[in-house]
Design a protein around this ligand. Structure first.
Ligand code: FES
Length: 76
């Protein structure tokens, strides 16, 4: 589904960006330009980022670092 209509960015593209290393809305904006026009998609984009970070964290083989947890809290 499209999250950002202005820039034609889908939830899958945002999730892929997070899986590739993006950790917050600013990272995703640099990659996909999401939420850089009207901004109405920002909350949904942040929710996709947070959910993807949680899914990624759940699949990790190493223990979470304090910075990882902080990133999840601030991304939510
Ligand atoms: S819908 Fe994303 S910037 Fe307008």
């Amino acid at each position: 589904m499209f999250v950002c209509i202005c820039n034609a960015v889908s939830d899958q593209q945002i999730a892929d960006a997070v899986k590739a290393g993006a950790r917050d809305i600013e990272d995703v904006q640099e990659i996909l330009m999401v939420s850089t026009a009207c901004g109405t998609c920002r909350q949904t984009a942040e929710a996709v980022i947070a959910n993807t970070l949680l899914e990624t964290a759940a699949g990790r083989s190493r223990p979470m670092h304090a910075n990882d947890i902080a990133n999840l809290v601030y991304a939510a």
